[in-house]
Design a protein around this ligand. Structure first.
Ligand code: TXA
Ligand code: MG
Length: 346
């Protein structure tokens, strides 16, 4: 059994986190909340401790971890060349990970042998306090078994990792629900590696021109992995998931389909089609078209729900690839394994 610590995400006492900080200091693993998704962490300067994360998650050893910091002093302890510091001060704490040249003290287990390191300062009080009390940066990937959707609630982390992680901090739901934006600052211009809650418009307003390779959005079928982790199957439910490329097909599809199926859609689309469905159809409402951050927040838990329902497969609507919609579609494309529906297929 893991030690489970339940705290309010804002009104918690530092003492509540002492056992978690002790665990980090003694080379153990701790699952903790961030503003994006939960992470599974260990002391970023302890290679052996970080190796445990790979074992627990069944993660490929060539897929490096993100180092979580709570101060700029810690940034200097992991990064050799800190560029654009004034700009980083404007975005952190926040859901942006940057790639910088690493210091030799960062163990190979964390960076998978690269000469760069991924760093971010999470905007979550529990994460920041845990790092402070541990007295060390914390290396952490998302707290899921590799290939599964990232956990966005303490409950899901417990389901996924109880008995595997030494400590699990449950602080309820995360805020954004999709992982941080990753931008490579060792490239000129800075290059997007993974879209996330920190949007391209926001990136541009801080860093100026940003390179957005088609592979980073997931729109391109060209499968050159930009970050080592991008070549692996991701976010996927066990059951088949199809992306509906054209949402105007939704009414016809819902009316005619005779298999047991789940539709993942916005409230607005649900209102359009709910009366057309028979009882072989289950609807999962993701959020509202008017604020796609609501969809981001519910996406991963909804993907997990598909496997618990009595359905054969699931169909998810598409979203405009702008703002947070870019990150949402990127995760959906990966979760669906690029299976899509362009016309009425059955
Ligand atoms: O929001 C997040 O970023 C969450 C929370 C826990 O902070 N973490 C997260 O970690 O999503 P993970 O491991 O699931 O994704 C890290 C990604 C991987 O695709 C990995 O390949 C990439 O970051 N990465 C790590 N270090 C890198 C480096 N030096 N160069 C390029 N990509 C790197
Ligand atoms: Mg992950």
């Amino acid at each position: 059994m893991s030690l489970i610590i339940r705290v309010d995400p804002v009104n918690f006492k530092p003492e509540d986190l002492f056992p978690a900080a002790e665990a980090v200091k003694s080379g153990k693993t701790v699952a903790f909340p961030t503003e994006t998704v939960y992470g599974l962490g260990a002391d970023a300067f302890n290679g052996e401790a970080c190796l445990k994360i790979f074992k627990i998650k069944n993660r490929q050893p060539d897929n490096p971890l993100i180092v979580h910091i709570n101060s700029f002093e810690q940034l200097y302890s992991v990064a050799r060349e800190v560029i654009l510091e004034d700009k980083l001060k404007r975005v952190w704490p926040g859901p942006l990970t940057v790639i910088l040249k690493k210091r030799p003290e960062v163990p190979v287990e964390v960076t998978a042998g690269l000469d760069t390191v991924a760093v971010r300062m999470p905007a979550h009080l529990v994460a920041l306090k845990l790092i402070e009390l541990s007295g060390t940066p914390i290396a952490a990937p998302s707290a899921n078994i590799s290939g599964r959707p990232s956990p966005t609630s303490g409950k899901t982390v417990i389901e996924e990792l109880n008995g595997r992680a030494d400590v699990i901090i449950d602080a309820g739901d995360t805020f954004f629900g999709v992982e941080s934006t990753i931008v490579d600052l060792t490239k000129q211009p800075p290059t997007l590696l993974r879209p996330g809650p920190f949007t391209i418009d926001e990136l541009t307003s801080i860093f100026g021109k940003i390179e957005v390779p088609p592979e980073a959005t997931g729109i391109s079928d060209f499968e050159r992995p930009l970050a080592p982790g991008m070549k692996y199957r991701h976010y996927a439910p066990e059951k088949d998931l199809y992306l509906l490329v054209d949402n105007s097909l939704l009414p016809e599809l819902v009316r005619r389909i005779d298999r047991k199926v789940a539709f993942l859609l916005t409230e607005e689309n649900y209102m359009k089609v709910k009366d057309l469905a028979r009882d072989n159809v289950t609807f999962i409402i993701l959020g509202t078209e008017y604020n796609l951050y609501t969809v981001a927040r519910n996406l991963f838990e909804s993907l997990r729900k598909i496997d618990r329902l009595d359905v054969e497969f699931a169909v998810i609507q598409s979203f405009k690839e702008e703002g947070i919609g870019l990150a949402i579609m990127n995760r959906i494309r990966k979760a669906s394994g690029r299976k899509f529906i362009r016309f009425y297929p059955f």
